[in-house]
Each structure stands twice: as C-alpha cells, then as structure tokens.
Write a protein that binds this ligand. Sequence first.
Ligand code: ADP
Length: 453
Amino acid sequence: MFKRVLIANRGEIALRIIYALKELGIESVVVYSEADENSLPVMMADYAVKIGPPNPINSYLNIKNILAAAEITNADAIHPGYGFLAENAEFAEMCRDHGITFIGPPPEAIRAMGDKVRAKKLMKEAGVPVVPGTDEPIEDVDEAFRIAKEIGFPVILKAAAGGGGRGMRLVRDEKQFRTAFQAARAEAEAAFKDGRIYIEKYLEDPRHIEIQILGDQHGNLIHLGERECSLQRRHQKIMEEALSPALDEEKRKWLGEVAVRGARAIGYHSAGTMEFLMDRDGNIYFIEMNTRVQVEHPVTEMITGVDIIKQMILIAQGEKLNMKQEDIEFRGHAIEARITAEDPERNFTPTAGKIEFLHKPGGPGVRVDSHIYAGYTIPPYYDSMIAKLIVWDENRDKAIRRLRRALEEFYIEGPGIKTIIPLHLKILENERFLKGDLSTHLLDEILGTFEEV
Ligand code: ADP
C-alpha cells in the first residue's frame, strides 16, 4: 500500500489528486514552482517541495528535481496528472528505475501511443477502424502527393509527434499540396524536433467521441462509456459531455468493445482514453489514444459514480479492478464547461492578475474543480484554464438548464481578468447545440469565424 504519493503537477488537477489521496488515507506531497507558492495545492497537501522557477522547463518538467523531491520525501509513487510529464515515457521509466511507482500506464504503452502513426498501425492490426490514410510517415513529396490523390482530397497532414491540437494542416486541393507538405515538414521539425508527416483523409464536420478505459495489471479491462468532445476551438476542447447524443445503445456497446480491444492489444493498464472521429454518415474512426487522465474525466465520473483518480491509484498499487463491465451503468447526463482566463472578445488573449471577488456556483448536481480563490493571483506562465464547471442532471435538457444557471452565478472578478463564461452561455443558446447536433466546427460557427485547421 502507498503511504505517500507525490503529485507532479499544479492547479486543479493537483487538487483533484489530493482529494483522492486524502480519501484513501494516503499522504500527499506536491511539488511547486516559485509562481505557485500561494496555490491551494501547496496549502492543502501534507508536504510541499519547491522545485524551481516559474518556467515549466525548470520546474514542472524538471525530471531531476521532481525525482529528488520524491526521494527526499520518501514518496512511494508519482501521479503526473495531465500535461507536463504525464505522457513522457522516459519519465515513467526513470520512476521505475528509482523504485518509485508511476501512477499511469506502462512506459511501453505510452511510447507506442505517443507516436501517432505507430499508434494507428497498432490499432489497425488490433481490428480498430482508423481514419483512412498512410501507415507510415512519408518522406518524399512526390510519393506523398500520389498517396494524397489515392486517399482523395481534402486530406489532413499530421505530425507523427504532434499533440495538443498542434501540427495539423488541411489541404483542400491538389494545387496546394506540395507547398503545404514542405511547410508541414518544416513546422513539425521546428515544433517537435521530428519532421515526420503522415497523411489522413480529412473528415468533413465530424464529431469527436472518445471512450474512457480503465484496466488493472491483471488483465481486467473495462470501459466507462463515451464522452462527446466536439466543441473545440483550434482543436482544443472547451465543452464536453457524457454520454454522446450521437450513439445509441448498440453503437455504444460496439465502440466500447472496440476501444477495450485496442487497449488490450498494447498491454494497457491504468486510465486512458481512445479518441475517435465520427463522420456525418456515422462511420467511426480511431485517431489517437491519450495515455493519462484527461481534463474532461469528471463527466464520466458523474454518470458512472466511478472515481477515476482513485482507480488509477489503486491500480498502480497492484489491486484488481473492483468492478466488471456489467457493473457499469450510466445515469443521467453530465456536461463540463472549461473556464479559461481568456478574453473571448479579444481573440482569446490570456488574462492574468489578482482575483478580488469570487463566487463559485453550487446547489444540486453542480461540481466545480478549481484551484482559484478570492485573493489568488492567476500566474501568466501556465495553461489558462482556471476552473472546470461540471453539472449533472437526469437528462441532457435538464443538464443544459442547470449549466446555464450555474454559469450565470459564477463570478470571477479582478482587474484585467476576463473569462470565457460569456462564450459558454452563447453556446447554450445555439440551436444545433440544443438539438445535440454537434461537430468539431460548431464552435467556429458560433464564434462566427470559420477558421479551418
Ligand atoms: P491532438 O493530438 O493534437 O489533439 P488529434 O489527432 O487528437 O490531435 O486531433 C484533434 C482534433 O483535430 C480532432 O478532435 C478533430 O477536431 C481534428 N481532426 C483530427 N484529425 C482529423 C481528420 N482526419 N479529419 C477532420 N478533423 C480532424
């Protein structure tokens, strides 16, 4: 059993992990940068270790200092949260080498899924439908062009090492292809130090649907249903819900089984997410797997009653999953609105500064996962997400009403601070959204600026 767990993260997810540890009777150690000295996780953890200056390269990504902090505090395990080191296979390996348990999947699985071309190939071999495209990165521009024509335009060029919505380029017609391909290569090389590009069929107006996986180290793997994450800006999710209005019982069962099969093929354990796109004809294709807990995990927790973070900890301890697929029931509907400190009126410029007045919504079916408090200063160095507002109700219509009510009573005020709460309220008025007719372009439509890829 773990006695003490170190959290290699900050913000709301650090706090979320502290909650789980406390309830399991495990001590928490949080690492923090100079910019997070006055943060809630630092105040709430049993121990806190300063690991470096604000720049994440020197703190939250500083493997040496994080491992040293784990050793000094005698931590048995490290939970990486999401972002930062969560999908860094070398870090997971180094934990293992230092006799510290990495709370996540095996490094081999992280590595296999981290290379997006290899991931697609492995999934295809496992019988998971993948987006039509190349199985290998393409070097030669003439060959790439030939393949693109074979796949059929429009195509999307993707960096094998891409992630976080970066490293993608849409090519609508043949004439633009060569220039786009060279540019994509150069961009990928500059951004990821890996210029490998692969080609995929571009799906028009698809939905993003993903399956939450949970598996132990004894071969038990289940899924916790799907999340619909189609509301995105520049390929970054901003509102998610569970379940998806697009799947019926039968399709849900099929997709769940497909996802479990895929995860099993790479020897997966811990929590993970298989991401898919669904085209307008209802065809579903795998795009990638996230080998960590995701920002939007709470919507699944709300409809299944499963505490995903606790499960990750118990699984890492070597315990057997205490639930079977047939035990998983979906109750009601949950929606999450990511609240970022950005100004939607000024092209989503991040805002920072001191929060002088804060009122978080409450009441039945409302959950706020957030590290902010009145008097807290939002630092300018990190991701701009400052809160996740999650609501649950019996069905989608009621959940939408509840979300509107909760958004309206959420006040985050301070000089210069803006949030995207007004944008969320705007989404809730959109007719397509209300009908459940979602797509990855719907938000652009709502924003009135159709910006493609
Ligand atoms: P990342 O790892 O950067 O998040 P993903 O492969 O998960 O990249 O894709 C992110 C988003 O980009 C998807 O949710 C979708 O909106 C869009 N996208 C990716 N591939 C395609 C495709 N083949 N056709 C259309 N849209 C795509």
